[in-house]
Design a protein around this ligand. Structure first.
Ligand code: 5GP
Ligand code: MN
Length: 320
């Protein structure tokens, strides 16, 4: 698969490189790292994402070049860290790419193989790890900026080398990136150790109202709560990862309602429990320990559906 991907890249010139909506550190890091590598190969990549780069990742070199409106013609599309076409959002729909080949590079177990070439490696801890392997396969020399972007993807998707898929292979990939000039402590400081107080206030609000239902710990974020705390970004700022640290819980869920009413559902599970199937059955996707979906309002109905599906999955998986 890596050879088929490399072959398509060698033949192409103007390449649309695109990641999923509501991008995370792996999506942005992979996009920027691959973009730089393609430029070094003499290609003309355009980097696209439906949503703005989250504040947390604005320290990454080149992030200001990511566009939501890719212009002109393309002869190849490379999709990164995205499990279905829908999740590429508006820039893919609007771009001039009809009939052009798509390389689908991803590590989600829920990937639906929508590409012309599907390189989906569920044993990879991050898409950035796969991008590094592709860059090396293409023979492009790493530079410190490229290495920083790719290591950002690995560090964020493994939550600082703590997830169950942290293998010797991904640690070795991180080592090569450090040797190429990326600083692990600098990246960790940027992505884990700094957050705006508005986010801490929002967590405080959500935490006072969280609920434990069996071994499922869940919390809600509404647009009103966001306004009260002056929190401008979507999502939960990582709250769900904090909730799943509760020893009384096997699964944590955050329901983050957006201005338009859509309910963004973020799920986390302890090692040994798999929530990717629940997310997929509700139209979303993800990994065994981290998955999500988007549901229509009303909020209470979305919560009821998700809680019921999660509790059913827990019963099946634990036999209780
Ligand atoms: P998070 O909870 O951090 O937003 O997402 C956790 C994981 O689930 C990530 O790998 C993310 O890509 C995936 N995910 C979250 N929401 C959706 C969704 O609506 N659709 C799909 N296909 N994957 C999602
Ligand atoms: Mn990823």
């Amino acid at each position: 698969m890596i050879s088929a991907a490399a072959e398509l890249i060698r033949q192409a010139d103007r390449i649309l490189v695109i990641c999923h909506v509501a991008p995370d550190g792996d999506a942005i890091g992979s996009l920027l790292g691959l973009g730089r590598a393609l430029e070094k190969l003499g290609k003309h990549p355009v980097l696209a994402c439906a949503d703005p780069v989250p504040r947390l990742y604005r320290y990454l070199p080149g992030q200001e070049n990511i566009t939501a409106h890719p212009q002109g013609e393309f002869d190849l599309v490379i999709s990164l860290d995205c499990s279905d076409l829908q999740r590429l959002g508006a820039p893919f729909k609007e771009a001039d790419v009809a009939g052009k080949p798509i390389i689908n590079i991803d590590h989600h177990i829920t990937n639906v193989n929508f590409g012309t070439v599907n390189w989906v490696d569920t044993s990879a801890a991050a898409t950035a790890q796969m991008v590094l392997e592709l860059v090396e396969y293409l023979g492009v020399p790493l530079d410190p900026d490229m290495a920083t972007c790719l290591l950002n993807g690995i560090v964020t998707d493994t939550q600082g080398f703590r997830t169950p898929n942290t293998t010797p292979r991904v640690v070795a990939a991180a080592l090569r990136l450090m040797e190429a000039g990326a600083s692990l402590p600098y990246i960790a400081q940027q992505v884990f150790n700094r957050r705006p107080i508005s986010q801490i206030r929002l967590w405080a609000r959500a935490l006072t109202e969280m609920q434990l239902d069996g071994r499922v710990l869940w919390a809600t974020i509404t647009p009103d709560m966001r306004r009260d705390c002056q929190m401008t970004e979507d999502g939960d700022g990582g709250l769900v990862g904090f909730l799943v640290s509760a020893v009384e819980a096997d699964v944590a869920i955050v329901f983050a309602q957006q201005e338009d009413g859509t309910v963004e559902v973020s799920m986390r599970a302890v090692p040994g429990i798999d929530v990717s199937g629940v997310a997929f059955s509700l139209g979303g996707g993800g990994h065994p320990q981290a998955a999500g979906c988007k549901l229509q309002p009303p909020l209470e109905e979305a919560q009821r559906r998700v809680l019921q599906a999660v509790k059913e999955a827990l019963r099946r998986q634990t036999g209780q």
